[in-house]
Design a protein around this ligand. Structure first.
Ligand code: SF4
Length: 379
């Protein structure tokens, strides 16, 4: 398949691995955070960690949309479906994220709630058209990649006068999460996160462009390489980061030049700005409350805002005490550090959010068996 097969070649991967091995300085360690779960998935699936020199370590970041969704937000969605009679629509993985009382949206469905899996916001709009007598709520999650379709759905609902459609908006922002990881006082609670540079997400960057990352490179002196999600993309990004570190450069480089520009998708940005505004604060699973890290629906579109429409009040709910998702999402622990990993907690029975989606660090490690040898080889 064009633009996929040629980025998965084993021979080229080995060439890149040799090039990285030749570039690293034996006397130092290199720690790079792959912000996005898509990169975590690629690293696990293709065994990229095994191709890297021992002194290059990849650290998981919080860029998995369902992983960072706090329990309190899922509780709101469940309450809408179970107690307010709404038809609740969302993307597949969202339905399996553990919430309060042993519930998830799927388990709420088993108790009689009308919960629907949709593939896009268009499906949710169609359900609203087909069921004018029902309140149809789209539970909107995700980073900047999924935000423009939600904005367009709200504009479309307004244009059509779909009075029974609303959105429970839980869209979050990548740059705010990276800043938080670098400067949050809570990080000290978990220990220092040694990060020499970031691999930035490709799909998010097609929307926001590469420019927002320039702040980290300048302010925090951290190199950023925006990379695609195929194994050669990731290997190439690591090579670029190693070179920046060796040369003392802290720049934003774009490995995914086939789709990402500095400016991004300006039309999509305009639609998002038209419909959404910054929230003062938003709780992330694992990162706690992060200022100006999420979006809410502007007052002009209040009729489509499920929080206003149903008078919802957010309540913070602590995670399961035994679950290490918080530390994993901050990059200071790895899935195999959790004593529930692979025993009590599996993809069929996720205790924490990192075991739900294939982009979650725990699910990626479990699914591709990397933990088996890592458990004995990690120092
Ligand atoms: S293995 Fe399960 S319980 Fe442990 S950190 Fe991962 S998701 Fe949480």
């Amino acid at each position: 398949m064009k633009y996929i097969a040629e980025f998965r070649g084993g021979a080229l991967a080995r060439t890149l691995a040799r090039s990285i091995a030749a570039a690293v300085r034996p006397e130092r360690r290199y720690s790079f955070m792959e912000f996005c779960g898509g990169h975590t998935h690629a690293i696990s699936r293709y065994g990229l960690a095994d191709l890297l020199p021992a002194n290059v370590r990849m650290v998981h970041g919080p860029g998995c949309p369902v992983c960072v969704l706090p329990i309190g937000r899922i509780d709101l969605a469940i309450a809408l479906a179970l107690e307010r009679g709404a038809m609740l629509c969302s993307y597949g993985d969202t339905l399996r994220v553990p919430a309060s009382g042993g519930l998830s949206l799927l388990k709420a469905k088993a108790r009689g709630a009308d919960v629907r899996m949709v593939y896009s916001t268009l499906d949710a709009l169609q359900l609203a058209r087909e069921h004018p007598e029902r309140e149809v709520v789209f539970f909107a999650i995700g980073f900047e990649t999924t935000t423009p379709p939600t904005a367009l759905a709200i504009l479309q609902a307004q244009a059509e006068g779909l009075a029974n459609f609303s959105v429970l908006c839980c869209h979050v922002l990548t740059p705010a999460a990276i800043s938080h990881i670098l400067e949050s006082p809570e990080v000290r609670q978990w220990g220092t996160v040694p990060i020499d540079g970031f691999i930035g997400p490709a799909h998010v960057s097609t929307v926001i462009g590469s420019r927002p990352y320039e702040f980290f490179a300048e302010e925090y002196r951290k190199p950023v390489v925006i990379a695609g999600f195929e194994p050669l993309d990731v290997m190439q990004a690591i090579r670029m980061l190693v070179r920046q570190v060796n040369e003392g450069r802290c720049e934003v480089e774009n490995e995914f030049a086939r789709a990402v520009t500095r400016e991004g998708n300006v039309k999509a940005q305009d639609r998002v700005a038209q419909v959404f505004e910054l929230r003062r604060e938003f709780e992330w699973r694992g990162l706690s409350v992060v200022p100006y890290s999420a979006l809410r629906i502007r007052g002009d579109y209040a009729a489509f805002d499920a929080e206003r429409r149903f008078g919802l009040q957010y309540r913070s709910v602590p995670d399961n005490k035994a679950c290490e998702c918080g530390a994993i999402l901050r990059g200071v622990k790895r899935p195999q550090d959790c004593r529930l990993f692979g025993t009590v907690c599996t993809p069929d029975n996720p205790v924490g959010s990192c075991m739900v989606s294939s982009e979650g660090a725990c699910a990626a490690h479990y699914g591709y068996g990397r933990y088996k040898d890592m458990a004995t080889s990690d120092g």
